[in-house]
Design a binder for this molecule. Sequence first.
Ligand code: MG
Length: 448
Amino acid sequence: MAYFGTNGVRGTFEELPPGLAQRIAQATGLYLAEGAARQGKKGTAKIIVARDCRLTGETYLAAVLAGLSKAGCDAIDIGIASSPTAEYMVKRLGAAGCIIISASHNPPQYNGLKAVDGNGIAISAARGLEIEKLMGRAGNGTGRATRYDNAAADHAAAIKALVDAGKIRKRRPKIIADCGNGTAVFIALPLLRDLGCDVVPLNGQPDGRFPGRPSEPTEANVKELIAAVKSSGADAGIAWDGDGDRVIFVDEKGNYVIGDRVYALSILWKAAGGKLKGDVVTTVATSRAVEDVAKKCGAKVRYTAIGAPALCEGMEGAAMGGEEVGGVIWPELGMAKDGFMTAAKLAEALCEKPLSAWLKDVPAYCNVKLKIGADAKGKKELVARVRAYAEKNRLAHVNVDGVRVNFRDSWVIVRASGTEPYVRVFAEATTEAKAQKLAKEYEKIAKG
Ligand code: MG
């Protein structure tokens, strides 16, 4: 049975009972300790453990600590913390990896385990299978568990060192920070205040029931933030997902800035008017706007499969990484998608010009999504038909996750859903009508 999905193990309390979580944590501890030993790290492996605000977090914490102890690993429990904070602490404390108890942006009844190795690379479904082979194997002793209470402050200090806090302090941008009752509360608010922003918190109390808004920062879910930015005359709004790796913006006019445009802006800010050193890495589901902006900054785009593990694994020698839902990797800080570093860069950029003016440098595209019902066999056939079509017609295409066909100012991806009985067709073009036409055309090609 494969427990690991695209990014860790997720489920309701019934689907992921604490006993199972303990066994998975034990096997994960063994796997991460072996990885550290292979790299020549001596002594007992240290594993960082963090959890988000969910109500079952404490229960899973007990299970994970028990599993790690059985594996013979020393656990460092950093308490309730964001995913990027936990991942930053792996590097900072020289740990063999981390286990994050979180279901990211999923509804409150879910929880899960995400694992990241000592190099900061998130554990993929393929590596998850390796971990599952170790389930049932005993460790070589009893590991200790200790607490570390300064993780958010350490992480915030590392971010602060990478932006111009003096400039931000002078301009003092007004930012409405919608923490969505998630772990952003513990780092975003003190970080932005410390940087010198005028911070207005929204949904700023941690609460695993997510009473303020659903945890995923979609446009529909952040209506309150959009209204607050408009009515208060703030420079920008920011909203994170439940574990703080993903972030979206709202400009000073109240326009929602979707995840891949957040990534495109981040590329501009990192290049700071010059050229980027290294490639820009992104998933095959990301807007052409990222490629347009990367080109302007002298960088080539490399596409990976969807999900944090594939993105991390594709980062070698890259200047930046990012995904369509607003997760941006800043390698100078680590291999984590870090919604707080991205927010700090926004604060810095606002000192130069308004967010709406920055957005003028990011081309806007329209997109259309369709889905075709298909069973497992049908999914393969539909995608294969599109691949054969692209090859036969010598179209520029990327094969890493479904088939993405690139045209001069548009593209389309045909991809099997990992969890549902569908093949998805997603087309992007300069107008709604063109995107619609492209999606329909590839729906037809897929169906044969
Ligand atoms: Mg997340």
